[in-house]
Every structure is written in C-alpha cells, then in structure tokens.
Design a protein around this ligand. Sequence first.
Ligand code: HEC
Length: 323
Amino acid sequence: MKRIILIVVGLVWLGFGETRGADKVEFKKDIQPILQKSCIECHGPEKQKGKLRLDSKEAALKGGKEGPVFIVGDAAKSELFRRITLPAGHDDIMPNKGDPLTKAQTDLIRDWINQGATWPETAVTAGSDEASAGKTKLPDFKPSAAEIKAIAELEALGVSARPIAMNVNWRQANFYPLGTNATDKTLTPLKEMIGLVDLNLAGTKITDNGLVNLANLTNLNRLHLEKTGITDAGLAHLKGLKNLHYLNLYGTSVGDAGLEHLKGLSHLKNVYLWQTKVTEAGATNLLKALPKLDISRGWDLVVAATDKDKDKEKEKAKEEVKK
Ligand code: HEC
C-alpha cells in the first residue's frame, strides 16, 4: 500500500512543472523550518489536529479530515494557504494559537506550492517515525556534505560545534573559548552551518564583516555578540535570521541605527542592550515594530548576575544610567 502511494505521489510530482516568476523556493531551507516551528506541534507525531500531519511528504499530501490541504501548483486554491493567510483572530487561521506567520513566510509557502511543492524524500521531516523512534522528540535535521566538512573545520580551529541533544544534528557552536584568537576569518565555515541553532561569538575579535557568514543561518535561535567590535552596519547581515529569539549585544557600539535592521525579526523575544549606544528613543522605536520584545538595557542583567557579582554589576549599571 505504502509503495502504491509513493508511486502516485511520484507521478503527481512529475506532472507539475515549475511556474516561473518567484525565486526558487527550497523545501529544506525555506519551508521545513516554518513547518517545524509553527505547525508540527499540532500536526506531527504527537498530535494530528484535523487528522492532518505535516511531517512527511506522504502524510502532507494525504491531507486532513477534509482531504488534501494543498493543490500542487495552485496555492490560491489550497486550503493550507487559505488557512495561513486569514486575518489574525479568524476561527480557521493556522497556526490557531500564537503569532500568525509573517508575510514573508506565507509568501514562501505560496511560491513553494506554486512551484510544485517539491519535498525531497530525504527531508525528514520533523519527528517522522524515524525520528520519533529515537530518544528525542526534537525533529532532526540532515546536514549537507558541506556542513559536515564545515563542522570538522571548526573543530580543527578549536571551536566546538556540538549537537544540542542526543540523536539530533541541530548544533550549537561556541567561539568564546578562543577569545580574541577568533577573527572574521575563523567564522568562514559558519556559512555552511544551516543546522546551527545557537551561536556564541562573545568576546571574540570579529567585526561587522565577519557577520556576512551568518546571513544564511535561518535556523539560528540564539546569538551572542556581546563584547565584540560589531557596529550598526554589521546588524544588516542579521536581517534574514527569521528564527532568532535571543540576541545579546551587550558591550558593543551598536546604536539606534543598528536596531533598524532588527525590525523584521518577528520572533525576537530578548535583546540585551546594556552598555551599547542605544537610546531610550531607539529602544522604544524597536518596540513599536516588535511589541512582544523584551529589551534589557541593564537592570535585568543585574538581577541575572550571580550574588557575588551583583553589587559590582549594580554599580556599573548605575553609572551607565547616569551617562
Ligand atoms: C496549536 C495547534 C495547531 C497548530 C500550531 C497548527 N494547527 Fe492546523 N489545525 C489545528 C486544529 C485544532 C485543526 C482542526 C480544526 C480546524 O479545522 O480548524 C487544524 C486544522 C488544520 C487544517 C485543516 C485540515 C482539514 O483537513 O480540515 C490545515 C490545512 C492546517 N490545520 C494547517 C496548519 C498549518 C499549515 C500550520 C502551521 C503554519 C498549523 N496548521 C498549525 C491546530 C493547529
């Protein structure tokens, strides 16, 4: 039975050519992260709301309780696309809780469906049976050959690029131990590290130019840039990091102009701006674009500091406020 479905799927796939116009969307890079982040929780191995699973090609094509949810090649007639583009608060909108997808994300899904909804067989797919057979519930990720090579390069440089959990390939990389020995050049392998979710560059000697290597790390969740030489211009390279939740800019010379580049990062939850050039007006301006953002300009860090450091930090923060 399974084989028959696969053959049918294959035929359907061959049958639809690509439509021209939009940039070619890549499932793994553009679509899978969106599904993983916003849909799999309710349409994956754990729960199948509306009898719909979006964690494998086969299941996604089968559709939900009302049948297929997208028509390959025709986003406008696809239930899935209708659901994600409804006005916020609509009864049918998906995801049905939390933030709606951004326009950029729904555009990607539209283009992906219109271009034939290519879904590589090997793109496993958030917690499909294979992944849920493992110990972890985290959807796995398959690194490319280039990424595997980059991991080895980083390790040769003394940077650990470890998986974030057992049996997964999502990784965290920490340059902090290299300190000022880490320069822009040390960051070159990062270009290939699509599976990176956590990156620590704090206290390194990197500059704005080094951040060019981060431009494609669309799965990055946390980024430490504190105490580096980066400035406003460097933050322009972070514009595409749509999954960024946490950004630490403490002790950099970033100012209000730099924050402009962050306005499109709709998932950003925490930004640390202690000892930067950002003004109250700059912070307020960013909050207007990202109302749910939590901006720390000093005091929260004081609370987070250990008891021993607390008084020292408090004094420092007070001085900062006076300035
Ligand atoms: C918090 C849970 C939750 C999340 C997250 C979620 N959904 Fe749903 N989804 C549901 C529920 C509940 C239903 C069934 C009720 C309904 O049809 O509205 C459903 C139904 C659907 C249906 C209709 C299936 C059918 O055949 O009736 C589609 C299509 C859909 N979801 C797509 C998505 C997409 C795409 C995402 C991610 C962008 C998503 N959902 C995220 C809970 C969720």
